[in-house]
Design a protein around this ligand. Sequence first.
Ligand code: ZN
Length: 171
Amino acid sequence: MSQSICGARRPGYELRAPVGRMSIPCALGAGHECAHANAFGDRWTNISAHISDAQRGDASAIVAVLDAMEPLISLYAGGDELRRARARTALSEALPAYAAGDFTTFARHVVEGALADDAHGWAEEYGALSLRWEGLRARLRTDDTLHIREQLRRVDALMAALVGDVAALSR
Ligand SMILES: [Zn+2]
């Protein structure tokens, strides 16, 4: 890569094969202060102009940084609003910890870490539900009431939803 070219990729596309115009890197001179722009004339936020303000707690700079990271957040959180919110919160809380280097790499580690904790939380939830289910089944052996059967059905539906069968909740 020529040293005179910025070469920045849009966050979330920087690791992808350079296919499609979203992946085409910035063609401006290295160290430019304005927004990035590729050869197609597409422009996107130059995060370096906002980072230090965001680190000082400037709200509009924080929003600009988070908005610029949206493609990265989408890459990890998909369309799940809770996961997206968790990624954005983790990223804004981690901003003061950023010191130097490629900000997108920093942001990727933060988002990965935040969503890995999320997966850990789900595993704990599933474990707790499993215990509850076993307890209800044990009670059912000695105390077969409609009430316990109803609870078991509910726990069954929640467990199915945890592994992706959300429709089970309405059965
Ligand atoms: Zn650039």
